[in-house]
Ligand binder design. Structure first.
Ligand SMILES: [Zn+2]
Length: 682
């Protein structure tokens, strides 16, 4: 799997868990304005609760669809994009011999996935050869050959024993190196295994039940399956205890430990690394990043402690869990019941066409994305977005130059880094070549596994080679954006540059508040507590004077203290250390967007619209980018795993730090939306 350190604008778990609804999405019209007055609740005082003032109407009109765990401006737009992709895929799936190669692949992949009868008839058969391999394991040393198969990986979500992939060398960003990292869990985070509160205990009990049911579906007797679930829990809990927390992992120094393959072998001698590397096709490996050495020490202890039978049980669980979504209904439903329902709160599974569309996006994203861009992303949107990006970069330059707390020792290097940021808008200049990936009509699981192997080969093929700066980590229809500190680039897929988040036909104020805020957010990531540790070339290297570094830390703590006060649900507060990078990016991003908007409209006589001044429209545009409703279960999940604060605080927490907001809405100094201890980093 790609282990890439990117920071997103929004939280989207493995797409099938977070996006899109059924019937509602038949419409592909995107006529909503960027600022929608009827989405507001003007009975609420904007100085008391700006989020509800901006989004109260939206929240009432947009209940969460039964197949969703949350519903938001982002999720709704993703849903509309997915409906557009469905149209493309339905056309491409007609077995027309004149289809081009890309359409053959996306069309036949989609057709195979939609062929529920064939999938149902196949049942567990596609996994039989892998189950037989596990059954035939003779010794623990043969384990390495088994887990090297990509069938055990599921991108972005789960891994077996540990994670393996490639990444840019943190201290030599021009090079790609191999990386091994902690992994091997079935629950979304280590905290689920180690926390002792009632909710965590309940979830562990539900997880045991889920694992047991999967073993029963594999044909095991109930009592046996119950014991097997206990084995899985024991092994995963041990791995969780050896895993770093999400907060620890936000420190790039803590996840960089370059060593030789021999040093890794010494660290975890019970796992035959050479066998593993040979199996994945790597013949020689001078060095690699062992991101979490303590985890591998712990893994070694567990491998020594557990007997072969227990490890076989663990492998069978991960095999079925990583592939359940592509098997027959019984497996799909059991997987959804736990991950969709219990962990995230959705009531129903998404309709099949939607899941299939998302799988095509996962596995052939740039083939599908090319068709999407041709149809739905105009040159005017790209031109305007690029213009906005350049204005926001200019605003950041002015901002850095005027910063009172940063000295002349650091400023030129900050400006150098800013100038080196690469702007990527809409889609890649060069599309990924899928010609070596074979897609067969009528063979759903075969396609999934070949696609996973293809992706694995692509990632491992990078090791030892120079970095390709044209690559994207997101597909074009994705409603999200990211900054990658090692590439030092900001990336805005075509999917996020669509109404109601962005509209070339809208007046400037809400466009700048919404998409301008997003652009400013990504740019600020280059200078948040994590991003600031990388230089203009994307190398992990301290370019700050010690005094300026201290000034930064002081200002950043103001932000983390502020957000740590906010309650997510019950007595669960925001983990301000987990969300610090995102919160800093939110505050800084909106300041930059405001500066850029003022500059863009300098000298123009802007008129109020719908009784909102241009300044008010800017802020409401921002507020409405975060309109959302969310299920309780999903709030709890995100409290643990999501580095972004809940939408309410992404709105209120930000504006309460901005005097420009206070002025636009004439807020009294004691208002709730005026932070008495105003935080500002950038
Ligand atoms: Zn972000």
């Amino acid at each position: 799997m790609a282990i890439v350190r990117v920071t997103l604008i929004a939280f989207l778990v493995g797409s099938s868990l977070s996006l899109a609804s059924g019937q509602q999405s038949a419409s592909t019209a995107k006529s909503q304005p960027v600022l929608n007055v009827s989405s507001m609740d003007r009975t609420v005082d904007p100085c008391t609760d700006f989020y509800t003032y901006s989004c109260g109407g939206w929240m009432k009109k947009n209940p969460i669809p039964p197949d969703q765990s949350s519903w938001s401006a982002y999720g709704k737009l993703q849903d509309e994009n997915t409906a557009q992709l469905r149209g493309i895929l339905e056309t491409a799936s007609a077995p027309d011999p004149s289809r081009n190669a890309a359409n053959q692949k996306i069309g036949d992949y989609y057709a195979a996935c939609m062929d529920e009868k064939a999938v149902e008839a196949a049942g567990i058969k596609p996994l039989d050869p892998y189950l037989a391999k596990i059954a035939g394991l003779q010794s623990k040393t043969d384990l390495a050959g088994i887990v090297a198969d990509p069938v055990y990986f599921l991108r972005y979500r789960r891994s077996t024993l540990f994670r393996f992939g490639s990444e840019q060398d943190a201290k030599d960003s021009a090079q790609q190196i191999a990386v091994v990292d902690q992994g091997g869990l079935g629950l979304p985070d280590r905290d689920y295994y180690v926390k002792d509160d009632v909710k965590s205990q309940e979830l562990r009990k539900a997880y045991l039940g889920h694992v047991q049911k999967m073993f029963e579906l594999l044909g095991d007797r109930r009592e046996t399956a119950a014991e097997e679930a206990q084995v899985v829990m024991r092994i995963e809990t041990a791995l969780a205890q050896r895993s770093m927390t999400r907060v620890e992992r936000r420190d790039p120094q803590k996840i960089y430990h370059k060593m030789t393959a021999a040093e890794l072998q010494a660290l975890a001698p019970s796992f035959p690394w050479q066998v593993y590397f040979a199996k994945v096709g790597i013949t020689s490996l001078a060095s690699l990043n062992v991101a979490s050495p303590d985890f591998f020490k712990g893994l070694n202890v567990e491998l020594d402690k557990e007997d072969l039978a227990a490890l076989k049980t663990y492998l069978r669980w991960h095999l079925v869990s990583a592939n359940a979504a592509f098997l027959s209904t019984a497996f799909v439903n059991e997987d959804f019941d736990f991950h969709g329902k219990i962990l995230s709160g959705a009531e129903q599974i998404e309709p099949r066409w939607k899941r299939c569309t998302e799988y095509v996006d996962d596995d052939l994203g740039e083939a599908l994305g090319q068709a999407y861009v041709d149809k739905y992303f105009g040159s005017e949107a790209k031109r305007q977005a690029l213009k906005m990006v350049q204005e926001i970069e200019a605003a950041m330059q002015a901002d850095i130059n005027s910063l009172p707390w940063m000295s002349a020792g650091t400023k030129p290097l900050a400006i150098e880094k800013l100038h080196a940021v690469a702007n990527k808008i809409g889609y890649p200049d060069k599309w990924r070549d899928y010609s070596k990936l074979e897609i067969v009509r009528g063979d759903e699981m075969g396609n999934v596994l070949r696609a996973r192997q293809f992706e694995f080969n692509r990632l491992l093929g990078k090791i030892g080679k120079p970095v390709d700066h044209g690559e994207w980590e997101m597909t074009p229809p994705t409603v999200n954006a990211y900054y990658n500190p090692q590439m030092n680039d900001i990336n805005f897929p075509a999917g996020v540059l669509q109404p109601p988040l962005f509209d070339p036909a809208s007046d400037a104020a809400p466009n700048y508040g919404n998409t301008g805020g997003t652009i400013g957010h990504e740019l600020t990531h280059g200078f948040d507590d994590e991003g600031r540790q990388f230089d203009a070339q994307g190398n992990l290297r301290d370019w700050w004077t010690p005094e300026d570094g201290k000034e930064f830390v002081k200002r950043a703590s103001c932000v983390s203290d502020q957000y740590s006060m906010y309650t997510i649900i019950d007595d669960i507060k925001i983990n301000g250390k987990l969300t610090l990078g995102e919160d800093v990016a939110d505050v800084g991003g909106l300041i930059l967007a405001y500066m850029a908007w003022k500059d863009d409209t300098k000298g123009q006589k802007l008129q109020p619209i719908d009784e909102l001044t241009p300044e008010q429209r800017f802020f409401v545009g921002y507020g409405q980018s975060w309109c959302s409703n969310e299920r309780e279960e999903n709030k709890r999940l995100r409290a643990t795993v999501d580095p972004h604060s809940p939408e309410k605080y992404r709105t209120n927490g930000v504006v309460s730090n901005l005097p420009e907001f206070q002025e636009a809405f004439h807020c009294k100094p004691q208002s709730a939306m005026v932070n008495q201890n105003r935080c500002r980093v950038w």
